[in-house]
Design a protein around this ligand. Sequence first.
Ligand code: SF4
Length: 465
Amino acid sequence: MTISENNDLVKMIREELAGRAPVPLGVNKENELIRLVYEICRRDGKSPDLILDSVGIVAPKKERRGDFFRMAKKRLMRGRYPSYGFGREARLLPLKITGDHTGCRTWNFGLDPNIIFVENNVRNFVWTEEFLSFFPRAEVRGISTFRDGTRSISRVDPVTKYNRRVENLFLIRNKDAFVKICPCTKGCNRCGYWILNVGFGCPVDCSYCFLQLYSNAPGLILPANIEEYYDHVKRFDSKTTVRTRIGTGEFTDSLALDKYTGYSSKLIPLFRKTKNLVLELKTKIAEIDNVLKEDPHENIVISWSVNDKEIALEYEKGGATIEERIDAARRAAERGYSLGFHFDPIVYSRCWEDGYKAIVEEIFSIDVVRKNTVWISLGTLRYTPGMKQVAEQRFSDNNLYYDGEFLADIDGKLRYPRDLRIDIYSKMVNWIRSFDISCWIYLCMEPEEVWQRTSLDPSDRIWTG
Ligand code: SF4
């Protein structure tokens, strides 16, 4: 759906509501009803008049003046959120489909930055020289701090800023928490994951990515002092007493920029020597040449985020196709690497089972892939309030948030109802286990009740190697 088709739809909804309300609605009330009708229209592929007729919102004379909004909202809520009630909340934020923002246009598995900001304190690093040599056309601008660099970029609205993030790169000296525990989310089981912060910002353009809302940086940030991470990793390793997973993919894709940064060529040898730490490099791309050049080790896991093929094509723009990711996983396994797979976010639609069952079969019917897989995570689509609005501004054809209900869960994030999530996880686990896979399967960001009702072994809450 184009922006102008979207705007036409919103206009039609507004006119239909105005024609049926006995008195003009206030802005907030009108916004809530527009949001509800809009989402049902997008979900069912029907026009606003048919939707309003079907829930019994008819001509004004049939309704008493004061009751119109309450009645209309109640009926539309029932239409949009059949599971609504019992204290569960659905956020009805105003629609914000305002302009032609069609994602990040300049990333196609290659970077071509306009400006590379380099902190003066890393300008003479060998890594910096090597990195800059990939981009002879870019302007290189020295800065004393990251903040200095951001101040010199002209201000644009947050969505435009996010869309242009690959135009500016920042090479900095990271001084923050090099190693930290995964923050997870309130009320959910933590899986004992740790994070090595190697960069902030991702060139891949997933329609559901939290960075769209979270990131305020006008470019991608890369640490030039990767070798200063070594001591932090070694110190952390010496303190750990059990096998511990640590990944670099919280704020970025672990391998999307690896052909420029070469981080994997530095981290893999480092983690080959750790006592208890196991490094996970998690990605949505298929270019893994640097990884394949390194010798594998039991402390290194290369993992892929995977999805229904159509969901990936539609909503993971800038990522490799699922076929390419599976082929890359096969190559990594043949090289001797252990593998991980993350079915996250699983997106519900009325025919979700077909796509996800097919992808499970496609991955695990490859012998070498099945044998080398050491963990699999499952997580359904979830988002913080406000995220849907940003995604709506960036991707006008985004249907992610209209199929299925999203209600606030224990941590305030909006998710599918628990019964639906449990059904999804249980089926996924059965499909995976039918391939005689005994590896660790875990749920990402789910509370204990969901784990229990998915029949996952209680001893499996945390990976112990
Ligand atoms: S379950 Fe997911 S979010 Fe929670 S600690 Fe593990 S990886 Fe992090």
